[in-house]
Design a protein around this ligand. Structure first.
Ligand code: NAD
Length: 355
């Protein structure tokens, strides 16, 4: 039982559909929203998927915009908004990972157009009211209910094409939302249930996906995990792990999902000292009695990158990263000093097991 004597819970209005092939119901969902002029969004590598989607939607698709990019650059958003106005779009359909979802949210922020998201990674952005945007090299993050998508269609057929390496890092990125959600200051019994179920879904299905990336049932279970973990991110605050990843991604340009994959075990190893009880489900699900080590072993078994040095971090930049991460800390279950952060980052850089 996950009862807490005191908590606040807010249900979030989003329509979620799960089924292999459910992307073919996009036209139906556009009509359900009372819309008839969709602008389809994607990144350049997923332009074919966007074209197919536009064909599938038929007359209700009025345009395709395929320039979505990592960290939602404002210049691209402005171009997309202009395009949406030009074709008189009354909704957007985002097909892709967190980058494409981010573009849809950024358009919604400026135009209030409703969004249908068809996720093809496990990032989870589709179920949050959070939007990160970049302009002149600076990333700012806002939380605004206006950017939360109205409809999410989870279609396992679409994640089968996600390369195995990206599958692993994207899944660990999703799991990080759930793990930090377990000790969040504003967690509630429902967010805890979702976090545990999300972690169980990934623990059970990822080994099957590794054996056969086209296993539709296992892919479906990973998407189920992504939905749950993303919903946790949308409900509760994140702590040290996310602070470190935002610092490394924002100031050192490290790749998003890979950074989460490397840092998670170390941040959790550190926080287990103060949040041991809250993190017990992690040890139960992934084995052993040390949650940081359990996550490290799980990531290793999946062939995930283990060291920041493997993903582009320079050893000489670690002290500056520690300064930045310590400067404006997020709430964390235990206070953390700049020197402790540096020690943690040094172990993460080398790929050593967590302390
Ligand atoms: P992504 O969307 O950039 O995708 C990475 C690459 O993989 C892209 O080139 C994409 O086209 C390709 N790709 C995606 N799905 C594929 C598939 N099924 N098959 C083949 N190729 C595929 O990466 P991401 O990790 O999904 O998202 C990262 C971005 O999302 C970051 O900008 C991050 O800040 C943001 N994000 C935001 C939130 C939020 O709540 N606001 C949450 C998580 C992530």
């Amino acid at each position: 039982m996950h009862f807490q004597p005191e908590f606040a819970f807010e249900g979030q209005p989003v329509r979620v559909r799960f089924a292999p092939g459910v992307r073919r119901c996009t036209g139906e969902e556009i009509a359900r929203l009372g819309c008839s002029r969709a602008l389809v969004l994607s990144t350049p590598p997923q332009a074919d998927a966007a074209m197919e989607m536009a064909q599938e939607i038929g007359d209700a698709a009025v345009g395709v915009f395929t320039k979505a990019a990592m960290h939602t650059p404002v210049a691209i958003t402005e171009e997309a908004v202009q395009h949406a106005r030009y074709v008189r779009a009354d909704c957007v359909v985002a097909i892709g990972g967190g980058s494409t979802t981010g573009l849809g949210k950024a358009i919604a922020l400026r135009t209030e157009l409703p969004q249908i998201v068809i996720p093809t990674t496990y990032a989870g952005s589709e179920v949050t009211a959070i939007l990160g945007q970049t302009e002149k090299g600076e990333k700012t993050t806002i939380t605004d209910p206006k950017v939360r998508p109205e409809v999410v269609l989870y279609d396992a057929e679409l994640v089968r094409s996600l390369p195995v390496a990206m599958t692993v890092t994207s899944a660990l990125n999703a799991m990080a939302h759930a793990v930090e959600g377990l000790y969040a200051q504003n967690r509630n019994p429902v967010s805890t249930l979702m976090a545990i179920e999300g972690l169980e879904a990934f623990a059970a299905s990822l080994p099957d996906v590794m054996r056969n990336p086209h296993d539709l049932e296992a892919r479906g279970a990973t998407l189920y995990g992504a939905w749950l973990c993303g919903t946790v991110l949308g409900q509760v605050g994140m702590a040290l792990h996310h602070k470190l990843c935002h610092t490394l991604g924002g100031s050192f340009d490290l790749p998003h999902a890979e950074t989460h994959a490397v840092v998670l075990a170390h941040a959790i190893g550190f926080n287990a000292r103060a949040a041991g009880r809250e993190l017990e489900p992690v040890s139960r699900i992934f084995g052993g009695d040390r949650p940081g080590q359990a996550l490290y072993d799980f990531a290793k078994s999946l062939g995930a990158p283990l060291g920041l040095r493997e993903i582009g971090m320079k050893e000489a930049d670690l002290p500056r990263a520690a300064d930045l991460a310590a400067a404006k800390p997020y709430w964390n279950p235990q206070p953390v000093s700049r020197d402790e952060i540096l020690k943690l980052l040094e172990a993460a850089w080398a790929g050593d097991p967590p302390a």
